[in-house]
Ligand binder design. Structure first.
Ligand code: SF4
Length: 297
């Protein structure tokens, strides 16, 4: 694995994080160190809890040309200066960038990011009570919602990742109010299994049944595009028309196996699907060897 100062980079299908952003394409994933949250379940402790000032040489990724980059981590905003410099360089070279955030970011940083990025992946953990109890952050979900509203208002494509963990946020009384709030924002929602690390290491992750229960709840609440991102195949990974239910994009693992779209619209009823970029079938299974790290120290 390539490890540069404060980040690592590898090539992957975008479906690793996003389903409605260039479906079927690949992107360079750049994982930055540092996070401003201290989730006791953090599955990426070694990345998230490293010192952000370690990040150096980020612009080196432009030495090889990429049309799409996903900046992930951690929380990208803790490295905001380097990230903004990176995004300016990306804009100059015509590269589209998606960033990952946990949404606990000041409005100024969000504004700076939203002027430069094409998409945001926002991680959500539950209601205010969850943020207060486990992260000691008062009104945490309200703050994340405000961030989501700002991003949506500024025209950034947003996909939410709900990191499911039994005993924390898989109970309907926690998940339902979150889903109801997200429904109002009309964003894409991923249900992800948290494999607990850090202080929660050894706790059991959510079962498929837990995730399917959450999926049914999200559908009952009326979320228009909801996925079980950790399912290998089946309806939970597929995109259906929100108006007529037609199957539009079929996925297997991190690959798009079938696209049935008329441009960005349903071929049956004409309803538009919120998509950034052209959806295509994954051109080969060349990524089965992933992770394939392409930078050398
Ligand atoms: S789980 Fe995500 S938001 Fe929480 S500490 Fe880890 S990287 Fe940060």
């Amino acid at each position: 694995m390539a490890r540069l100062a404060g980040f690592r980079a590898f090539l992957s299908p975008v479906e690793r994080e996003l389903f409605h952003w260039w479906p079927g394409h690949d992107a360079l994933f750049v994982e930055l160190v540092g996070c401003n949250a201290r989730c006791p379940w953090c599955p990426r402790e070694t990345i998230a809890h490293a010192t952000p000032t370690e990040v150096e040489g980020l612009l080196q990724v432009f030495e090889s040309s990429h049309e799409r980059v996903v900046l992930t981590g951690g929380e990208v905003a803790v490295n905001i200066e380097q990230v903004l410099e990176f995004l300016d360089e990306a804009q100059k070279s015509g590269c589209e960038v998606a960033v990952k955030t946990c949404g606990l970011v000041c409005e100024e940083a969000l504004a700076d990011l939203s002027r430069r990025v094409s998409a945001c992946v926002v991680y959500v953990f539950g209601t205010d009570e969850v943020y207060e109890r486990y992260l000691s952050i008062p009104r945490g979900f309200a703050r994340v919602l405000t961030s989501l509203e700002i991003l949506v208002r500024r025209g950034v494509h947003v996909e939410v990742s709900y990191l499911a963990l039994p005993g924390v946020n898989t109970q309907p009384e926690v998940a339902r109010p979150v889903f109801e709030a997200l429904r109002e924002l009309d964003v894409v929602v991923h249900l992800r299994r948290c494999v607990p690390g850090s202080e929660f290491k050894g706790r059991l992750p959510a079962t498929n049944r837990d995730l399917q229960r959450l999926y049914r709840l999200a559908q009952a609440v009326g979320l228009p595009y909801v996925y079980i991102t950790d399912a290998w195949s089946g309806p939970w990974r597929n995109t259906f028309c929100r108006s007529c239910g037609e199957l539009l994009i079929e996925r297997v693992g991190w690959f798009v196996s079938r696209v049935r779209l008329d441009g960005a619209s349903c071929p049956r009823c004409g309803a538009r699907v919120p998509l950034v970029g052209r959806a295509r079938e994954s051109i080969s299974l060349r990524f089965l060897d992933l992770p394939h790290y392409i930078l050398t120290p």
